[in-house]
Unconditional design. Structure first.
Length: 384
């Protein structure tokens, strides 16, 4: 094992695209659950393809996401993790994480996951309020979510919970109840997402028909501030727009995305980024499992779409992702990527407006800047 993590380390994302049912707000690449045992073998072959292409690297995080990767059997997880270790060297503290749904909580299965090397579990709690869970189309109850949090905390060193706020009917009291339960669980990481209606989702169609009102848009900004204040008071750092962590509990895998590092993406619809000879490649796999597997059988990789990012696009992505995190971006790195500097008069103006802060080479968004991040990045990138 390698000792230390660096910006050159690789992150690996494995997309398991199946869910027992599809939530009405979800716009991920997901399908109704079915047996698909050959997909695990295909994912391993795809990983070999990435290794051949990208060469030897140290791997600092492995993330099973989806979909619902906790539908995978521990043997399948073990097979994939074993295969990864035949291809790359893992760093000493390599984070190995899995997303799970509370209704899948099972002591034998989760212990078996831990035995495969998984150290972190991210639970799709969303709320503990049963009517909200019903509205969100989730098939767990508040009581199941509490039990799942307890079990995950007993088994894994790092536990995260997703919270959704801003659903129709949510009041301050109901939000506070969700926060109180999360805080009393003593977990080290919380991702808090505002409910939004994305094109193509069941919510989008139902709202367009006038059937339901699912979002409490008027109060969402207020709720965001409330969540933030409460979590800061409880000792969490607000290290990314939607993410809060106790010391040493940040998601190493998500940091790789936000820091603009390279990541392998395998499984149907997975995205990846690889930098070779200072050229940044963007890869997208086939969306459907059948097409993904057919492609791997023919080409030894599942990448359907491979493009190179222009220096401008690469720089833009670096700024868009990097200003989301507390650490912000390195101005010299932006310069190295694009061959030019971000406009200093715009930076000065945004600093004067209290939206950005500069500390030598680092540029970060302030709390006020994070609330209008799209505007801030647009001004930085368009005014060149
Ligand atoms: S469980 Fe997660 S991935 Fe699956 S449909 Fe619901 S929100 Fe989407």
């Amino acid at each position: 094992m390698a000792n230390k993590s660096t910006l050159d380390d690789l992150a690996i994302y494995i997309h398991w695209p199946y869910c027992t049912r599809i939530c009405p707000y979800c716009d991920f690449n997901v399908y109704k659950n079915r047996q698909d045992t050959s997909l695990v073998t295909a994912i391993c072959e795809d990983l070999s393809g990435w290794r051949q292409w990208g060469g030897p690297r140290h791997v600092s995080s492995i993330h099973f996401g989806g979909g619902t990767p906790s539908l995978l059997k521990p043997e399948d997880i073990a097979q994939i993790l074993f295969h990864i270790q035949t291809l790359w060297q893992l760093t000493e503290n390599c984070e190995i994480a899995i997303e799970a749904n509370p209704q899948d909580a099972n002591i034998q299965r989760w212990n078996a996951y831990a035995q495969t090397g998984i150290t972190r579990m991210s639970l799709g709690v969303q709320s503990f309020h049963d009517p909200a869970l019903k509205l969100l189309g989730r098939d767990h109850s508040g009581a199941q979510a509490k039990a799942a949090l307890r079990l995950a905390s007993e088994i894994f060193s790092f536990v995260s919970a997703d919270l959704i706020y801003g659903w129709a009917g949510q009041t301050h009291t109901l939000l506070q109840q969700d926060l109180n339960i999360l805080l009393s669980s003593q977990i080290g990481h919380i991702s808090a997402y505002q409910l939004t209606i994305e094109d193509g989702t069941a919510f989008h169609k139902a709202e367009a028909r006038g059937d339901i009102k699912s979002v409490n848009a008027d109060q969402s900004a207020e709720f965001y501030e409330h969540v933030r204040d409460q979590l800061l008071q409880a000792g969490f750092s607000h290290y990314e727009v939607s993410n809060f962590a106790k010391p040493s509990h940040m998601s190493q895998h998500n940091l790789a995305y936000w820091q603009g590092r390279d990541y392998v993406g395998v499984g149907p619809g997975a995205h990846g980024r690889m930098t070779l000879d200072n050229v940044r490649y963007a890869a997208i796999s086939n969306l459907q499992s059948e097409a993904y597997q057919t492609r791997i059988a023919a080409h030894k990789n599942g990448i359907e779409n491979l493009s190179t990012l222009s220096p401008e696009d690469w720089g833009e992505e670096y700024v868009l992702m990097g200003l989301r995190i507390q650490d912000g971006i390195s101005l010299s790195r932006y310069n190295g990527i694009t061959g030019k500097a971000l406009p200093s008069h715009v930076i000065d103006m945004l600093i004067e407006d209290g939206l950005l802060q500069r500390n030598n080479d680092r540029l970060t968004a302030t709390d006020a800047g994070r609330l209008v991040l799209n505007k801030v990045t647009e001004m930085l990138l368009l005014t060149q």
